[in-house]
Design a protein around this ligand. Structure first.
Ligand code: ZN
Length: 221
């Protein structure tokens, strides 16, 4: 789904297979965000191809966090010399917990190498300037990407349409999740693109979504 020139959103719509939503920022630096599970990547590759994007030619693969359903296929992209980016705490997490986590989900932890660390601050992708926010809670290395010029928030598994990321995985924290959500709620957002489920369009609906989340989930976190 093309959101506007230079931004594509690929929601995962299967009920039987867990995978994340993926995104593409195109331009001078063609960047795939959250490549998803290895076994399900061919389906994303087909969608990318129909939008004229060859995954073997990508310039960067960003991971909003290092859970396998977002990160795993990054490793096969690396074999085409696509650099892999994530927050340093995401790599720590992979080293400490990754193998057991993958095993629990019935996958083998792949070999990987992180090329670029994404820390809080500006990230220039050619003509596109993004703001990286470190937003722990769902996982220690979770990040959100904010595109100020277009008022887009790519929220990973921090928040969804009418939902929040799980905090019961290793390294999860309800307190940190709430703090991270409060920070993101301060931004001017017109398009919310979460790591699972549908997008939220329009500043009013995004605001309502934050209010709903605070009312429904904050007491339980
Ligand atoms: Zn996750």
């Amino acid at each position: 789904m093309k959101i506007f020139d230079g931004l594509y959103f690929y929601p995962w719509e299967s009920y039987s297979q867990n995978n994340c939503n993926s995104l593409m920022i195109t331009g001078k630096v063609n960047t795939l965000i959250d490549p998803g599970h290895q076994a399900l990547f061919p389906q994303l590759a087909k969608q990318l191809e129909s939008d004229g994007i060859d995954y073997k030619e990508l310039d960067l693969a960003i991971n909003t966090h290092s859970h396998p359903d977002h990160f795993e296929a990054s490793v096969s992209l690396a074999s085409y010399n696509v650099p892999i980016a994530m927050h340093p705490a995401g790599e720590d997490y992979l080293k400490k917990i990754g193998p057991a986590f993958s095993q629990a989900l019935g996958h083998k932890m792949p070999e990987y190498h992180i090329d670029l660390y994404l820390v809080e601050g500006e990230l220039e992708l050619g003509e596109t300037r993004l703001q990286v926010y470190h937003t722990p809670g769902h996982s220690p290395g979770s990040i959100c990407l904010y595109w100020p010029e277009r008022k887009v928030l790519i929220s990973g598994d921090l928040i969804f349409s009418q939902g929040v990321g799980r905090t019961d995985f290793p390294g999860g924290s309800g307190t940190l999740l709430k703090e991270s959500i409060e920070r993101m709620a301060e931004l001017e957002i017109e398009v919310l693109l979460p790591g699972h489920g549908p997008a939220v369009f329009g500043a009013q609906d995004v605001k309502r979504n934050f209010q709903f989340i605070k009312q429904m989930y904050f007491q339980m976190l």
